[in-house]
Design a protein around this ligand. Structure first.
Ligand SMILES: [Zn+2]
Length: 177
């Protein structure tokens, strides 16, 4: 049976490592590894603008792929990714955009970070999966010119705004008169 073996599904880090290894195969020109038939390794939200299929970019990895113009997200996309995480129990969602995209209001890392944040903001299910560590959402860009997929560096969320505290009282220095 081709039912994914949930007991042995990789954790988010292992899934990402497998994708990186797959992309290294793609870069080296090796033929894609035949899919293991164990079910998809990760979900990918990719831009619909022409680019190699994510499965090709990641060296023949079996993926659950959703593609939209400029990574736009709506209920259908959120529902598909929630299915991948909750039902297929995939440990990783990759947001794969273009380094330079003709379709979006903005390209590259900033656009990817916005989409990653929006997925968590708009889907409590995805947000909870990330918070619990069961799944991760990882941003990547595809560079057409260099034929290269790179990870988008994560930016720490802004610190929680706290009510302004009164300054700590200045410590009196003893012994000075
Ligand atoms: Zn694009």
């Amino acid at each position: 049976m081709n039912v994914p073996d949930h007991a042995h599904r990789p954790d988010p880090g292992a899934a990402l490592a497998a994708l990186r290894a797959g992309h290294a195969r793609f870069r080296s020109g090796e033929p894609p590894a035949p899919a293991a038939g164990a079910g998809p390794l990760a979900a990918v939200l990719g831009c619909a603008e022409p680019q190699p299929e994510p499965g090709v970019l990641f060296g023949g990895s079996e993926l659950f792929t959703v593609r939209t113009a400029g990574l736009s997200i709506g209920p259908a996309v959120l529902g598909s990714l929630e299915y991948a995480v909750a039902q297929l129990r995939l440990p990783l969602v990759v947001v794969l955009g273009h380094r330079c995209c003709r379709l979006t209001p903005g390209s590259g890392d900033g656009r990817i970070r916005t989409v990653v944040a929006a997925l968590r903001h708009r889907s409590p299910l995805l947000d909870e999966a990330v918070r619990s560590g069961r799944s991760a959402i990882h941003g990547m860009t595809w560079d057409d010119t260099r034929q290269l997929v790179r990870s988008v560096r994560r930016v720490e969320p802004p610190p929680v705004r706290r009510p302004a505290r009164s300054r700590p009282p200045g410590r009196r220095v003893a012994g000075i008169s």
